[in-house]
Ligand binder design. Structure first.
Ligand SMILES: [Fe+2]
Ligand SMILES: [Fe+2]
Length: 299
């Protein structure tokens, strides 16, 4: 079920929700798990016009646990190198900087993002598959329509729902209230978050990204991934929104069956996408998630 008009992010007038929002934001720094430095550094290297593959390999080598995972992923069917590479240097020569950077981001965030979200009724594997689907979908859309954003698209898509990690316990504590609001299928989970908690997962996701030191363009894409038309021209937020709705339509990452997802009408127009292109991307995303999620289980 889709709605045609977009909401403006509401300033919640309920004093209880406002107080709760304040409390959630104050607690943020104390409970926020860190983003691995290797991920931030890899993203920075690949976003720089003078990015160097050597520098990327050197950075990966500083984190042993991530290096092991990177090598396993590089040897996956998805990257076409099954069993062929035994060193990060060799993998980087065969795959190139962009793919290596993507693998580092995946390897470095899978534990951080792939957490069970009891409040959202999502198992860790489903959370991770959804993140992966939106990361890959965002990269494919950018590749096709906005190549200048291709280096940022994967990471933005992968981390877009990071705010859910912070809100999960609050949702769980108020599950009855959420169920009451959602039972007639008229509201999105996102709207219920705003009403009950005083803020939604994109707003707290914005603060999470700021605390992690994520660049502004990605931080804003996370902030507006549910209402990109309000982003004042952040095309990346349109890309992530489109990839998010594709993942949901493909059944990757929904828990509350029949939950409406509010789609921004302008997205297709802003991105210049046609329906048949969307179907093609969705097929590629589903296949990629299968191949990568299976490999991630082994790492
Ligand atoms: Fe979201
Ligand atoms: Fe999402």
């Amino acid at each position: 079920m889709e709605k045609s008009s977009l909401p403006t992010p509401p300033a919640n007038s309920n004093p209880r929700a406002r107080a709760l929002k304040k409390r959630i934001l104050q607690c943020l720094m104390g409970v926020l798990p860190p983003m691995p430095k290797v991920v931030l550094k890899a993203q920075e290297i690949m976003s720089s016009p003078d990015s160097s593959l050597k520098e990327l390999v050197r950075v990966i080598a500083t984190d042993q646990a991530i290096s092991v995972r990177v090598l396993k992923l590089a040897n996956s069917a998805y990257y076409g190198l099954v069993g062929r590479v035994t060193s990060i240097g060799h993998a980087s020569v065969l795959l190139g900087g962009k793919k290596m950077c993507e693998i580092v981001i995946m390897a470095g965030t899978s534990n951080l993002l792939g957490k069970t979200l009891k409040g959202y009724r999502l198992k860790s594997e489903d959370v991770w598959r959804h993140s992966l689907a939106v990361g890959i979908g965002s990269r494919l859309i950018a590749n096709m329509k906005k190549p200048e954003l291709v280096n940022d698209a994967f990471m933005a898509g992968l981390i877009h729902d990071c705010g859910k990690i912070m809100l999960d316990e609050h949702v769980l504590e108020r599950m009855e209230e959420f169920e009451g609001l959602l039972k007639d299928g008229q509201q999105t989970f996102f709207e219920a978050e705003q009403k009950i908690l005083g803020l939604d997962h994109s707003e707290i996701g914005f603060h999470v990204c700021k605390s992690w030191g994520i660049p502004d363009i990605l931080t804003n894409a996370v902030r507006y991934h549910h209402y990109p038309s309000l982003s004042q021209g952040n095309v990346l937020s349109h890309i992530v929104h489109m990839a998010d709705s594709m993942a949901i339509r493909s059944g990757i990452g929904t828990s509350f069956v029949g939950m409406p997802y509010q789609v921004d009408d302008k997205d297709m127009e802003v991105l210049g996408l046609q329906e048949d292109e969307v179907s093609g991307i969705m097929d590629q995303v589903v296949q990629a998630v299968e191949e990568l999620a299976e490999k991630m289980r082994e790492t």
